[in-house]
Design a protein around this ligand. Structure first.
Ligand code: ATP
Ligand code: MG
Length: 573
């Protein structure tokens, strides 16, 4: 959405579907009062490349890019790459791919590491101004001296080093004279501040590690808190939106900006997305990958953007979901069902319909001419006439779902059972006559008769049937592997664990179920990775990249809501 309002070029065009939120209100106010003069609204999305993006990041991306767009502004993608031990190019590449997939294009591609020389010069300036000092205390002792919310911190014995000594030590830190962890550079602010972040925070640490972009050029690295605010400032970010845990860091970022006299970015915090049954933390997701609890970052059970993409989720649904949840100033938890609702809604409108039988049962139509086949015309998407129709082959031997036949039907079971008539979707009415069982008593075949006059799915005499079932012609069917996914965690809050346990103890042992004998209508042989399907009456599916022409694999994105399952549950069956 770009601004094209001639009356007020910087006013947002409010999308009627987008509820207002305080972030938009604040930006609108700043634009109105010309807080940044005529500068356009500038935002950024600042991931640390230490893992793959997840659904929580989608929310931040939609806020950062979405709000800038609304105001005709710009958004940078900035990698906060200050921690070489945890960061990798693989993550950088995946993050760029995921942002594009969500449908956003950044203005400038930036890296905090590009600012290392500038940040170093600013550290020197703070030392020269008596605002920073080199501390020889160990990290542990610094932590102990920090105090608590009720007790002030304790000054380091090195706090009052001279400017000359600090400069000398800091330069030698940079030159690599000292081992890791032996010294840090700290801001000299206030060890008694009620805000712990202001108690002489560490600005630089010694780390002889190779950085994925700067190689071995540096053996001191700025802390995130010394890099983030100034990076925003350097990029002239007007509105730096981040999650609530950074609220207490804001005074520190402002302090640096004021001491250095640089561009005053406005930080605004919003609530972190938490989803039930879902972990949204790169660190914990990494644990699932490295301990092989899932196949990879893009395992379709993962809440990563690449995982849900492989599962069949769409950027349109994610963006609609993010617009609906908006932003607030208090952390809460959102039901995963809400995301699923937006996904179903999108797929219902766009997915091509197809017939697939997951648990096949052979059905023989005894009065259908032997050897005959015919084609029935089927709408590709009843919600979208422009999706056209296709020809689906039909014959006297078809597969139906095992669940769609009961020899002894329970009450309210309207599907096929002996003597009952049902509609084969888009084809004919059939009435079950008899069954064939194997030696163990399992039903292996159902025999039916059909009414040739009901072609297309309606009988000329206006006879009604209570149920329509789907089918696949045996002679034309293709086989596929089907992967059914369930929740990865059994608890709404996966982090709710017994003492001494970790989140892994809440993993759902049945989060994936693999079916190998599914039978599909032949058009699905041409499925592409980008295609989305509704397997009629079964759920939403997409092709998995593990597929090969002779070995198709489909992932279930989401089941349809199953009214029978609900009835069965209610009746306690
Ligand atoms: P994680 O704990 O998963 O690593 P993070 O906050 O450390 O998350 P960053 O790479 O620093 O991850 O995040 C980039 C941006 O995404 C930040 O502005 C952060 O606030 C935002 N973000 C991360 N997780 C969420 C979430 N669950 N909901 C909303 N925004 C989020
Ligand atoms: Mg982080």
């Amino acid at each position: 959405m770009t601004n094209s309002n001639p009356e007020s070029p910087n006013a947002p065009i409010q999308d009627a579907r987008t509820p207002s939120n305080f972030l938009r209100d604040q930006i609108a106010e700043d634009v109105r009062t010309k807080k940044y003069g005529d500068a356009v609204v500038q935002t950024r999305f600042p991931p640390e490349p230490n893992g793959y993006l997840h659904i929580g990041h989608a929310k931040a991306i939609c806020i950062d890019f979405g709000l800038a767009d609304e105001f005709g502004g710009k958004t940078n993608l900035r990698f906060d790459d200050t921690n070489p031990e945890k960061e990798e190019q693989e993550y950088v590449d995946s993050i760029m791919a995921d942002v594009r997939w969500l449908g956003f294009q950044w203005d400038r591609l930036c890296y905090a590491s590009d600012y290392f020389p500038q940040l170093y010069d600013w550290a020197i300036k703070l030392i020269q101004d008596g605002k920073a000092y080199v501390d020889d205390l160990s990290a542990d002792v610094i932590r102990q001296h920090r105090g608590t919310l009720t007790e002030p911190g304790k000054d380091s014995p090195f706090r009052n080093r001279s400017v000359e000594e600090n400069l000398d030590l800091f330069i030698r830190m940079k030159q690599g004279e000292f081992p890791d962890g032996s010294r840090v550079l700290r801001a000299k602010i206030d060890m008694a501040s009620p805000n712990l972040n202001m108690r002489d925070p560490v600005m630089y640490r010694i780390l002889h590690a190779t950085h994925q972009r700067t190689g071995d050029a540096w053996c001191i690295y700025p802390m995130y808190d010394f890099a983030h605010g100034q990076s925003d400032s350097l990029e002239r970010v007007t509105h730096s939106m981040c999650t609530l845990e950074f609220t207490d860091h804001q005074p520190l970022y402002r302090w640096y900006i004021e001491q250095l006299g640089i561009f005053p970015t406005q930080q605004i915090e919003f609530d972190r997305l938490n989803l039930t049954y879902t972990l949204l933390s790169k660190r914990k997701l990494l644990q699932l990958v490295s301990e092989k609890r899932v196949s990879a970052w893009d395992d379709p059970r993962m809440p990563t953007l690449c995982g849900i993409r492989r599962r069949g989720f769409t950027p349109e649904a994610l963006r609609a979901f993010c617009a609906a949840i908006g932003a607030t100033r208090t952390n809460g938890s959102t039901d995963i069902e809400m995301l699923e609702h937006f996904q179903r809604d999108d797929l219902n409108r766009r997915a091509s319909r197809a017939m697939a039988v997951l648990h096949p049962l052979k059905l023989v139509i005894d009065n259908y001419p032997t050897g005959q086949e015919e084609f029935v015309e089927v709408a590709n998407n009843p919600e979208d006439p422009s999706a056209g129709t296709r020809q689906v082959p039909f014959s006297g031997e078809i597969f139906i779902e095992q669940d769609d036949f009961r020899e002894i039907p329970p009450p309210k079971y309207y599907r096929l059972s002996p003597g009952k008539e049902v509609r084969l979707r888009n084809a004919y009415f059939v009435t079950a006559q008899s069954v064939v069982k194997d030696s163990a008593g399992n039903i292996v075949e159902v025999h039916c008769t059909y009414d040739p006059a009901s072609r297309g799915g309606n009988s000329p005499d206006g006879r009604k049937v209570k149920s329509t079932i789907h089918w696949v012609s045996i002679a034309h069917a293709i086989s596929a592997e089907i992967r059914l996914y369930n929740r990865l965690f059994t608890k709404a809050n996966p982090s709710d664990v017994e003492e001494g346990q970790d989140v892994l103890s809440n993993l759902n042992p049945n989060s994936v179920e693999i079916l190998t004998g599914a039978k599909l209508e032949p058009s699905l042989a041409n499925a592409k990775l980008v295609d989305r399907f509704q397997f009629e009456r079964v759920g939403y599916f997409c092709l998995d990249p593990d597929s090969a022409p002779a070995n198709l694999v489909f992932n279930r994105t989401l089941p349809l809501k199953d009214s029978w399952a609900r009835i069965e549950k209610k009746s306690g069956a």
